[in-house]
Write a protein that binds this ligand. Structure first.
Ligand code: NAD
Length: 355
């Protein structure tokens, strides 16, 4: 029998397909805007300028200072430019860092956003914003930060280096795995999760082997959209908590940390959520989700050891203590000993296990 559930779709207009970023002018105009602020990182300033070119006179200003974890000081500088240039819309061209800046500005101004994602992070379809101030990261959830329009143009991901593609991919898969065993999981989100995992797990080995393959890039971005939608729709659990703690306490890189922890979190939760994890395994083309993720990360050449990402071994007890702080739903109730064992394996790059 289907259990009772609540499904609350988040409204966004989504355009998908190679070359569709060329429609940006019409999309900004349809929002009733005339003066867009275009956001990017410094690395992607050139790409953002090319994407924004069809805006013509509606391109009012460009800010290329977006940074990881949305520092409020950066948001403050972008806000000053936005006001000086009297902007009435936000266009974010980039990964989760740039999309995060757009969300932070939307939160402060109420301006509409067009997101043009260039990684697989999925932030563009979530109402979640993480911000940092004085080294402290806080996360808010508000419908006001959700972009009104998302343009997925897989051609813009062709320049995403294979290593970052692999890590970003496993970051997206993590959203879908945790959606399958979320405390508020529902049949619709689970469908998206399974399809998202299938698409990403199938496409990414092809992307890494041939980064110029447009078909594989499109399949991967389609999967990333589905996985991001899962992240926005239902609550995440132990895996996201661990990555949040590790990123904050040891300044580890976001997507790579997800890649290294995911097989371990899946194996840890498998005994408590066998149905969800067998669906995940099926989507990954294996029999056991933890083992299939471990094999996938090897095929992708993704990071497997937290020590390689800069985590000190003596940081494990602190990470365990932080991960146990604050109640959050997880299929298996975490305890200090089993979390320490999980983190030790992830730190050393050993295969996942359930104990
Ligand atoms: P990122 O946005 O930090 O990008 C990493 C680097 O890759 C940057 O230098 C960027 O300019 C470059 N890059 C991005 N796309 C490129 C492309 N196509 N070609 C060449 N270079 C490219 O990385 P990310 O993993 O997308 O995002 C991580 C951030 O997003 C973190 O701060 C994380 O907390 C946040 N995030 C938030 C949510 C949410 O729902 N709020 C979800 C996922 C991630």
């Amino acid at each position: 029998m289907i259990p009772p559930f609540t499904y609350a779709p988040l409204a966004a207009r989504v355009l998908f397909g190679p070359g569709r970023s060329a429609e940006i002018g019409a999309e900004v105009a349809a929002l009733g805007a005339r003066r867009a602020l275009v956001l990017s990182t410094r690395d992607q300033a050139g790409m953002a300028a090319r994407v924004a070119a069809p805006l013509g006179d509606a391109l009012a200003a460009a800010f290329d200072g977006a940074a990881m974890h949305t520092p409020v000081e950066v948001t403050g500088r972008a806000l000053a430019l936005l006001r000086e240039a009297r902007c009435d819309a936000l266009v974010a061209v980039g990964g989760g860092s740039t999309v995060g800046l757009g969300k932070a500005l939307a939160l402060r101004t109420g301006l509409p956003q067009v997101a043009v994602p260039t990684t697989y992070a999925g932030s563009e379809v979530t109402p979640i914003l993480g911000q940092t101030e004085d080294g402290l990261k806080t996360t808010i959830r508000s419908p006001g930060v959700l972009p009104e329009v998302v343009i997925y143009d897989p051609d813009l991901t062709l320049t995403l280096p294979p290593a970052l593609s692999a890590a970003s991919d496993l970051n997206a898969v993590a959203h879908a795995i945790e959606a399958l065993y979320a405390h508020d999981a529902n049949p619709i989100t689970s469908l998206m999760a399974e399809e998202g995992i299938r698409a990403l797990a199938g496409a990414l080995p092809r992307v890494v082997a041939d980064p110029d393959c447009r078909a594989a890039r499109a399949e991967a971005q389609y999967g990333a959209w589905l996985c991001g939608t899962c992240l926005g729709a239902v609550g995440m659990a132990l895996h996201h908590k661990l990555c949040h703690v590790l990123g904050g306490a040891f300044d580890l890189p976001h997507a790579e940390t997800h890649a290294a922890v995911l097989p371990h979190a899946a194996a840890y939760n498998a005994p408590a959520a066998p149905g969800a994890l067998s669906r995940a395994a099926r989507a990954l083309g294996g029999l056991d989700a933890g083992a299939a993720l471990w094999a996938l990360s090897a095929r992708l050449g993704a990071p497997r050891a937290l020590r390689d990402l800069g985590m000190p071994e003596e940081g494990i007890p602190r990470a365990v203590a932080l991960a146990l702080e604050g109640a959050y739903p997880n299929p298996r109730t975490p305890d200090a000993a089993s979390l320490a064992a999980l983190l030790r394996r992830a730190w050393a790059g050993e295969p996942p296990a359930a104990d």
